[in-house]
Write a protein that binds this ligand. Structure first.
Ligand code: ATP
Ligand code: MG
Length: 403
């Protein structure tokens, strides 16, 4: 991008649903700004200042984004669209604006063969209407780069021109994932295994503004180190879209698995373990003041995920249990995991705490009363306090690694 005089390099960010929050808007905008500040830092992008301008965030004095940085920002919850470009003062002349647009020509050519201009006027007093601006600057860019063709629908390049009250912005639009910035909707604990589903479930809730903390259950020495390492790596990977307050913890449920194998009716084991997991997760959630639990369950995927078992498992906790994957097919989940970058970790084969207990014919219909009687009979709830003592808890820092 060639800079003209009085043009300052910027990155522009538009938020998605914050606009719907009415009176809460300043609070949400503040959270959005903070998440972007962290993300730019993590991407190694230095900026002179980060400001909120007329419902968008502008990173002033920012270097152009690398592909890696774009990938991270495209997955950052709350970002509807973003892109590198320039800021001109509000009193810029037509000549200055046209040369700023022409300054994008070489870059647009590198990025593809089609483009469009999308103009918005916050300031309706600007003498040209949006369609007029689009035609005018479209021609200016076209003259500079004859190989570029205008394509209004799905162009490879979308050069956005925003005439604001305070300034004029020109930037190349990249799609964001939308939703709400992490921290806007409170905290929740996700029960994180080493499989495909729970990391995707975590991310879907992060995208709704929830700050997710991760809890992994292992059964050492019956299960190996690997599942724990994978879960830790998954949490670290997901934490790159969260803030510094996101935590990762593990608990050792070996005591419970031993008891279940020895004493419980085989077909009930998995549901019994799941209920214990819910109670243990609730305990940790209360410590963190988290208001909900999240799981990667999907209706009908495995025996413990029939509606009747889901009901029995949910009844073990008084916290709401969010199951964002309830209606997802496995291939949809895997596709999202690939987009998120969690798939390579989740596809590693490792011991599974639940698989250890799964009989050939697990119960698909359970009743709460029957399960409660079994819990009473084997005394599983008495063992949970000791299991909770095995809690190992860590912050996930800037780089998404443990402190
Ligand atoms: P996933 O792909 O997330 O492992 P799954 O399809 O293997 O899910 P299950 O093993 O039945 O399904 O687990 C259902 C949910 O229970 C998981 O999505 C996760 O939220 C939770 N869960 C299962 N195992 C563990 C574990 N070892 N630690 C923490 N949570 C777990
Ligand atoms: Mg699993």
């Amino acid at each position: 991008m060639q800079l003209v005089q009085r043009a300052t390099p910027v990155i522009v960010f538009h938020y998605d649903e914050i606009g719907l929050k009415g009176g809460n808007r300043p609070r949400y905008e503040h959270i959005f700004l903070n998440r972007l500040r962290e993300q730019l830092q993590r991407c190694g992008v230095t900026v002179e200042k980060l400001v909120l301008r007329e419902s968008r965030v502008v990173a002033i004095g920012a270097a152009p984004l690398s592909e890696a940085a774009k990938g991270r920002l495209a997955r950052t919850p709350g970002v509807a669209s973003f892109g590198s470009g320039v800021l001109l003062p509000r009193d810029a002349s037509e000549q200055e604006i046209a040369s700023a647009a022409r300054g994008f020509a070489a870059l647009l050519q590198q990025r593809g063969s089609t483009f469009r201009i999308t103009a918005h006027r916050a300031d309706k007093y600007y003498p040209k209407t949006s369609p007029e601006i689009e035609r005018w600057l479209g021609e200016a860019v076209g003259q500079e780069a004859p190989s570029l063709r205008v394509q209004l629908r799905k162009p490879e390049n979308n050069l956005v021109v925003e005439v604001l009250h305070s300034s004029i912005l020109l930037w190349i639009r990249e799609d964001g994932v939308g939703g709400l910035p992490v921290g806007a909707s409170g905290d929740a604990v996700c029960l994180l295994s080493s499989g495909f589903d729970s990391p995707v479930a975590s991310y879907l809730m992060m995208k709704r503004g929830v700050r997710v903390h991760w809890l992994h259950f292992h059964a050492a020495p019956a299960t190996g180190e690997e599942a724990r390492e994978v879960a830790r790596a998954l949490a670290a990977h997901l934490a790159q879209w969260s803030d510094r307050k996101a935590r990762f913890a593990t608990m050792n449920v070996f005591l419970l698995t031993k008891l279940l194998i020895k004493q419980a009716q085989e077909k009930m084991r998995v549901v019994l373990l799941r209920r214990s997991m819910m109670r243990l997760a609730e305990r940790w959630a209360r410590q963190l003041r988290a208001e909900a639990l999240i799981t990667g369950e999907s209706v009908g995927q495995v025996a413990s995920q029939t509606l009747s078992n889901i009901a029995t498992i949910t009844a073990a906790t008084t916290l709401p249990v969010l199951r964002p994957l309830s209606g997802f097919n496995k291939n949809e989940i895997i596709r999202t995991a690939e987009w998120l970058g969690t798939a390579p970790l989740s596809s590693r084969k490792c011991d599974d705490t639940c698989a250890m207990l799964t009989p050939r014919h697990p119960a698909t219909k359970t009743q709460r009363e029957t399960i409660e009687r079994e819990e009473e009979r084997i005394g599983i709830r008495d063992r949970e306090a000791a299991v909770f003592q095995t809690l190992e808890e860590n912050n996930l820092n800037e780089e998404g690694e443990e402190d």
